[in-house]
Structures are given as C-alpha cells and as structure tokens.
Design a protein around this ligand. Structure first.
Ligand code: ADP
Length: 235
C-alpha cells in the first residue's frame, strides 16, 4: 500500500479536527468525502508534510511523514484546494521553476510531456494570470505530477469548473489513477461515481465508511450515493 495512516489525530487548540483515523490506499482513485469541516484537508496536509499530526502515524511509499519528510515529498504530488499559483509567471516558466526544485533530469523534455498530458498545449505561452479557472487547475495538476510521483493528493480539484472543464480534468484523473495512488476530495457525488474505485467518508474527524464504491452500493441497495453520504454524516 502506498499510503498507510494509523490512529491519526490532529488537535487545533482544544478542537479535534482529525480523531484517530486509520486507513490505507493503493493504486487507483480513493474518494475522500465528508461535510465541510470534517477533517479532509487537515488529513491531506499531514500526508503532504505541510503540518504535523498531534498523534498517530502516516506514511507514503513506506516513508514516515515526520521521520522522512523529504522522501515523502519526492513521492507525492499535491494540488491544494486553493491551488496557489504565481500568476505573473508564464505556464512554461512556472513548470521550469518546479522542475528546478525537483532537480528533474532533462526538464524541457519532461515539461513538454506534461504539457501534452495535461492538455495545456494551446495555452502554454500565456501567463497563468491570463488563464481560465479550468486551465489554472491543469497548471496546478501539471506542477503536482511533474516529478512523476507515485501518490497524488487532490483537494477539490474540480470545484468551480464548468461542465466541459470538469470532464477534461476528470479524464486526466482517471488516466493518472491507472498507475498512481490518488486521494481525491470532492463534494460532487457524480464525480465519485465517475472516477473513484474506493470511498472513505469522514465525519467530525472520524471515518464512518471505508469501502469500494461497489461495496458501498451493495450495502445500501436502494440509496443513491448522495443519500448514503447524508445518512452517514447528518448529525
Ligand atoms: P475539511 O477539509 O473536511 O472541510 P478541515 O480539515 O479544513 O476540514 O477542517 C477540520 C476542522 O479543523 C474544522 O472545524 C476547521 O475549522 C478546523 N481547522 C482547520 N484548520 C485550522 C487551523 N489552522 N486552525 C484552527 N482550526 C482549524
């Protein structure tokens, strides 16, 4: 398994944002669902070494987030919810900058491959600030996958996109999920149906469902995914 989380807890002051969760994930797309404030982003930030946990352990490709943060970063790509980008940089320039950070061998070649893979070709000579939201998300994804990580953490990568942009990004996620372990947080149940193999539902810092998409459906035969979500998280 590429991701292993054991009894993970995060306290912000007195508040328990993540409350003793355990799960593991391997190649494929894992939908990470839950109401706002459930603890999804906090878990993602711990897995990507942005913040330390209060208790428990988390590892990525066998590397512990506290003991081996540089190895974790080498194996993980992260698209945060806010997708922070340097708006004054040109698309290619920004990818060159990230390639430099990762000391990527033959950066021009890799950047050309990634531009092709993420469909950035038509917009590659523009400044990021001139791009639509859909293309900005593609740049965020391109930056996250440039060093070819085994694990991808995508925090609401399709929020605010129009239906055409949405389909493009989803296809890309599906393609990447064939070889990589992807944790995808989203509020869009259609998206879960379209791209996820497995689903974790988190509520008030605790896991309330951890199953395959099919398994979740089989256990709730007459319910839609939305109804399952609501019944598990409405308290
Ligand atoms: P989600 O991503 O599921 O919406 P978060 O992980 O962002 O949830 O937040 C979980 C809880 O932790 C929320 O109640 C949120 O207000 C709180 N929280 C998140 N970040 C901080 C922080 N830096 N300081 C204090 N509380 C925080």
């Amino acid at each position: 398994m590429s991701i292993r989380v054991q009894a993970l807890t995060k306290l912000y002051g007195q508040q328990k944002a993540v409350d003793g969760i355990s799960f593991s994930a391997g190649p494929g797309v894992l939908g990470f669902l839950g109401p706002n404030g459930a603890g999804k982003s906090t878990t993602m930030k711990i897995l990507t070494c942005f913040i330390p946990q209060t208790a428990g352990t988390a590892s990525v490709c066998g590397f512990d987030v506290i003991a081996n943060p540089l190895d974790v970063r080498r194996h993980i790509g992260y698209l945060p919810e806010s997708n922070p980008l340097y708006l004054d940089m040109y698309v290619k320039e920004s990818l060159g900058f990230i390639a430099g950070i990762h000391k990527i061998h033959e950066p021009e070649k890799r950047i050309a491959t990634i531009i092709e893979q993420t469909g950035l070709g038509p917009e590659q000579h523009k400044k990021i600030g001139q791009l639509s939201k859909g293309y900005r998300q593609r740049v965020g994804l391109a930056q996250a996958i440039l060093h070819n990580p085994d694990v991808l953490i995508l925090d609401e990568p399709t929020s605010g996109l129009d239906p055409n942009q949405l389909i493009g990004i989803r296809q890309l996620i599906l393609e990447l999920g064939k070889t990589k372990t992807i944790i995808l947080s989203t509020h869009i149940m259609q998206e879960v149906e379209a791209v996820c193999n497995n689903v974790i539902i988190i509520n008030q810092g605790k896991i309330v469902a951890d199953d395959t998409l099919q398994g979740l459906r089989n256990k709730n035969i007459n319910s839609t995914l939305e109804q399952i979500f609501i019944s598990l998280t409405s308290n």
